[in-house]
Design a protein around this ligand. Structure first.
Ligand code: FAD
Length: 347
């Protein structure tokens, strides 16, 4: 499918695509670029192999400068890091960020602007696209050409190839699970790209509009982040209660895994919403995904079907989860999990 159809602009994009210059909107935390944003750089590198990736960071205080240093060496193709340092960016609120992207685009005239498709990118990119009067393409899983992208539709049951025919910039959110960061990249010390400050003199005092930052709450846990974990252990409604769900947490601790849940488990109050995997939850693609008491509804599969190895335990042999599982065990989770807890050695 194609949108929006403006042939003359398509021609101009085609000529630009030979010298694609890409801006990556990066999220940072505690002085580092978050892993999904590094995946966005990996995706950008598919578009422009000629080292012309700029990374845009915004925030305030010393951790911003630390994150800028990290961004400068996170990938050999990063050619510059742009830093917007202002109290208005202390929290990643869409209004000032979108205005910032607009400002940076006016100066940089990028052919592509890419953000990871988590809450950071989903919050900021559509608003910035509206200011720049272009249609964003979301959830890209493959960069076929500089104007041709693949994205899942119908909860991942079909793949849609989209040709972008609009004006510059072509704005994309990418699924970080489809652009994994090569382990060698994390180990290698790449060259450091230059860091420069964005001139905010024309930015205005209050760009936040009607939005106000109230607070951020997150689980205080030592478990790996669900979005990037190598192993995910998920529990469904079959667990029956929050108390029983603790078995899933214990198994996750033993395996150094993240905990996931179905929407039914979240709705029943077994675990908080942030653990939900699926179409309306997190998209994960770990090395190992273990599902206990999960039926395998398409909305759940949409969030985990790209996992490398899927193991399912369900007492119903006809449960749809077995259609995607590499290993399936028809059994009672209340027998299987205690046995696993006993047999899996302490880390
Ligand atoms: P159920 O479907 O009730 O399945 C429970 C399973 O546990 C059954 O297969 C049963 O056989 C098994 N079981 C029960 N007892 C045991 C036992 N003792 N031992 C072993 N197995 C046992 N769902 C998501 O997960 N993520 C989403 O992001 C999501 N988004 C949605 C968006 C929309 C618009 C809609 C309409 C739905 C969405 N859903 C989502 C809900 C989805 O359709 C399913 O309802 C949900 O995934 C079911 O969760 P479940 O597998 O835990 O529960």
């Amino acid at each position: 499918s194609t949108f929006p159809c403006r042939t003359s602009q398509h021609l101009s994009l085609a000529s630009v695509s030979r010298s694609a210059s890409t801006l990556v909107l990066a999220e940072h935390e505690a002085g580092s670029i978050r892993a999904p944003s590094v995946s966005a750089v990996v995706a950008a590198n598919v578009l422009c192999k000629d080292n012309s990736i700029s990374v845009l960071l915004a925030g305030s205080g010393p951790s911003l400068q630390e994150a800028a240093t990290h961004a400068a060496s996170c990938h050999p193709s990063v050619s510059q890091v742009l830093v917007a340092d202002s109290d208005q960016f202390t929290h990643p609120i869409a209004e000032p960020w979108a205005k910032l992207v607009h400002l940076v685009q006016q100066k940089g005239d990028y052919s592509h602007i890419i953000a990871p498709s988590g809450s950071f990118g989903k919050n900021i990119l559509p608003r910035a696209a509206a200011l720049l009067d272009v249609s964003p393409i979301t959830d890209v899983i493959e960069m076929a050409e500089s104007d041709l992208f693949v994205r899942p539709i119908y909860a991942g049951n079909a793949l849609c190839t989209v040709r972008y025919t609009g004006a510059n910039p072509c704005m994309l959110t990418i699924r970080s699970t489809s652009f994994p960061v090569p382990p060698t990249l994390a180990d290698s010390k790449s060259k450091e790209a230059p860091i420069s400050q964005v001139d905010l003199s024309t930015f205005g005092e209050d760009s936040i509009g009607n939005s106000r930052y109230i607070k951020q709450t997150s689980q205080d846990t030592e478990r790996p982040d669900l979005g990037n974990a190598r192993i995910v252990i998920t529990g469904g409604r079959g667990l029956k209660s929050a108390e029983n769900f603790k078995m899933i947490e214990k198994l996750a601790e033993k395996l150094g895994a993240a905990v996931g849940a179905t929407r039914a488990a979240v709705d029943a109050g077994f675990v908080p919403n942030e653990l939900q995997v699926g179409q309306t939850g997190k998209i994960v693609a770990p090395e190992l995904y273990m599902a206990f008491g999960v039926s395998g509804a398409i909305q759940h599969l949409a969030g985990m079907r790209d996992s490398k190895v899927i193991v399912a335990v369900n007492k119903d042999a006809d449960a749809p989860i077995f259609q995607v599982a590499d290993y399936g065990l028809v059994g009672d989770l209340f027998e299987v999990i205690p046995e696993l807890l006993e047999k899996v050695p302490e880390r």
